[in-house]
Ligand binder design. Structure first.
Ligand code: PYC
Length: 318
């Protein structure tokens, strides 16, 4: 008899093209405490969910998982722990938008504001009457400006380091052209950049690893202000404009005086899907980013883990 659960209920969605698989029931109980405390327990007790639910042959490498939890914070409707092919994510806004649409799909919430506990703090997600979702993210800020890193084969690259719920290195005007046809070249460039940052010892605040690299270029059309390409930990690019990445961008725009409080910034993804953002300044120089996007539920199923299946826990676990 396997020590793993045999049946796990999930609901799938995509947010601007980026997939989220919400674990609704059947996952190991991570006990009580904050999402940050439970996140630490995930690695021991629930880590099999990553290859089993997101990896082949059931999933695919770009999927992001969201473990739905009960929160002990009274006014939070739930807690959530995000994970991907390489480990646990600090935060994920495309996933938060997908989670809200999932809860609506199940009839658990209706239009209005809902507070959700995440490992990096409470986010406020509003299900709008038109079906879009606006997330008021955790306070975000530019940590360092114009940080130079030497990239073998390319020379010096300059970018900002910012927190938007994850740590980002934001770069404009370097690397291959931002088109969907260039995804493999863009992936190679951003992964090399992530590696170069690590080798050079360049980090976020308190030595935090920069695990997302975000490239910016001109907008594809009049529907947005800029197009991005975001590389995530695990080597997969974000198909959406990346909510935490858009938050980091809003923080940088605010810090350089290029975006007034409340002004709209429309961030296009490499696919051409758009998140709308705005930043409300806080007294300490940080901002509260508001990111609006759309998600669609596209699957609901019960995952079966047959103890006799050699790939029941994913090919990586076989
Ligand atoms: O939307 O914040 C986001 C995100 C992070 C990683 C993938 N998507």
């Amino acid at each position: 008899m396997s020590r793993y659960p045999h049946r796990i209920s999930v609901i799938d969605s995509h947010t601007g093209g980026e997939p989220t698989r919400v674990v609704m029931a059947g996952a190991p109980d991570l006990g009580g405490g904050t999402m940050e405390q439970r996140r630490l327990r995930f690695t021991g007790d629930a880590d099999f969910l990553r290859p089993a639910l997101l990896g082949e042959p059931r999933g695919f490498e770009a999927m992001v998982g969201a473990l739905l939890c009960e929160s002990e914070i009274q006014d939070c409707i739930c807690g959530v722990i995000f994970f991907n092919n390489s480990g646990l994510l600090n935060s994920c806004l495309h996933g938060t938008i997908g989670l809200i649409k999932t809860l609506e799909f199940k009839g658990r919430i209706s239009a209005g504001e809902h507070r959700i506990e995440t490992p990096v703090g409470i986010v406020r997600a509003t299900l709008n009457p038109d079906g879009s979702v606006t997330v008021a993210n955790v306070p975000s800020y530019r940590y360092r400006e114009a940080v130079v890193v030497e990239l073998p084969g390319w020379g010096e690259v300059r970018g900002d380091i910012a927190w938007g719920g994850n740590w980002f290195y934001l770069v404009e005007g370097y690397g291959p052209e931002l088109t969907l046809g260039n995804v493999s070249g863009l992936s190679e460039f951003t992964l090399a950049l992530m590696n170069a940052l690590e080798v050079a010892g360049i980090t976020g605040e308190d030595g935090a690893r920069i695990d997302h690299v975000e490239l910016f270029g001109p907008p594809p059309d009049q529907d947005s202000d800029s197009r991005n390409f975001v590389m995530c930990p695990g080597g997969q690019y974000d198909r959406s404009p990346c909510g935490t990445g858009t938050s980091a961008k809003l923080a940088c725009l605010h810090a350089s005086g290029k975006l007034e409080a409340g002004a709209i910034w429309r961030q296009s993804s490499i696919l051409g899907t758009v998140f709308e953002g705005r930043a409300e300044p806080l007294e300490d120089g940080r901002v509260t980013p508001f990111v609006t996007g759309r998600a669609w539920v596209n699957g609901e199923c019960e995952i079966v883990i047959d103890p006799d299946d050699p790939f029941g826990l994913g090919i990586a676990q076989a």
